[in-house]
Design a binder for this molecule. Sequence first.
Ligand code: ADP
Ligand code: ASP
Ligand code: MG
Length: 414
Amino acid sequence: MSTDTGATAQARPIVVSKFGGSSLATPEHIRAIAARVAGDRVDGAGRVVVVSAMGDTTDELLDLAARVSDRPDPRELDLLLATGEHISAALLVMALHEHGFEAVSLTGPQAGIRTDGLYGRARITAVDAERVRHELAAGRVVVVAGFQGSSGDEVATLGRGGSDTSAVALAIALGARQCEIYTDVDGVYSADPRLVPDARQLPEIGFEEMLEMAHQGAKVLQTRSVELAWVHGLELVVRHAAGSGPGTTIKEVTMEARQKVRGIATDDGMAKVTLLDLPDRPGMAGSIFAPLAEAGIAVDGIIQNVGHDGAADLSFIVPEADLDRAADLLRGQLPALGAHDLAVSGGLAKVSIVGAGIHNAPAYPARMFAALGEAGVNIEMISTSEIRITCVIDRRHLETAARALHKAFELEEA
Ligand code: ADP
Ligand code: ASP
Ligand code: MG
């Protein structure tokens, strides 16, 4: 992302705060957020507030689209989805006016958020923050509709959870003092607190570990928002929208502060694809994964079985939401690949241990697998990186698995 850096010369500090959908679910919630923004002491700082759509609005809009079309046109779908955030932005400004605040709402394009043209998963390419600066200079609170930007004259959305990324991008472009993410939990926990009752709120977590947690399913922050904050060295604070706790700071941590296992990440929407009897020859994996990459389908946990009679089976994991597209793409290629058949199965989940020191702890894989075994959870696939180990399991065992691992790695203790 490129940004204009006029903000650094600006005397007045700026605070960017983002409020998630559950914190804006009803008119009462919106009035409460307006009261919070109005009551916050920010020592004369300029305020930018980024909002998500109210409650489950985005899901409801997706459902509406599905009721008129089996395959909604991606451009039209993005135009539709962007309206969810327009509603909450305009309503929040009306509520701020009730507190006597000068405030104005802007759509993502009006706020200068520019993206590439990949509808539904657009990436921010630049922020032209002139209009926002102008409004701040006029003494207004600027409320920006998250999750969207403009690609040329078109509206594009940033992928689920994308308002986090809108907030981070604006904070960077404006040279903000802080980027606060207000949500429905007290901060980032050692595991999803809805799944693991003993999960502990972390006072801080490093960018690297947070990125891996987000990537492996901890949806408290969109992956791309953490990536962007890390690249630009912008500290993030995650807090409860209706609380007053200190929350969790996401920042660069020293080597000593790194822990072997920082948290458990879970992702319950996974599916497995298996290509049967693939000819065992060079270039085969490339021709399978290139079209998936082109379609923006993320692949994980790739396993190729040892060849038999010159043929091999290849399995991998995709998000369940992408399963139909992945299967369609590969089915069309079966003759060219020389594969015998394609098998798919949904209902899977990923459970990961994440920590910057995992690669220095050779006993950890065994400890993880033993804990799952003792809890009666069968492992279907395993994948690893420097700072995580992931097991693919039956979705029905996700809660049991997450709790067993949280205990086995003693994460309930500070
Ligand atoms: P918002 O609507 O505010 O963007 P999200 O639903 O996107 O909120 O993200 C917050 C949710 O993330 C929490 O309600 C929680 O269930 C989930 N979550 C998953 N993993 C974690 C974690 N490690 N720490 C905190 N929350 C987590
Ligand atoms: N409203 C969008 C979603 O539900 C964006 C966001 O909440 O950040 O994914
Ligand atoms: Mg979110």
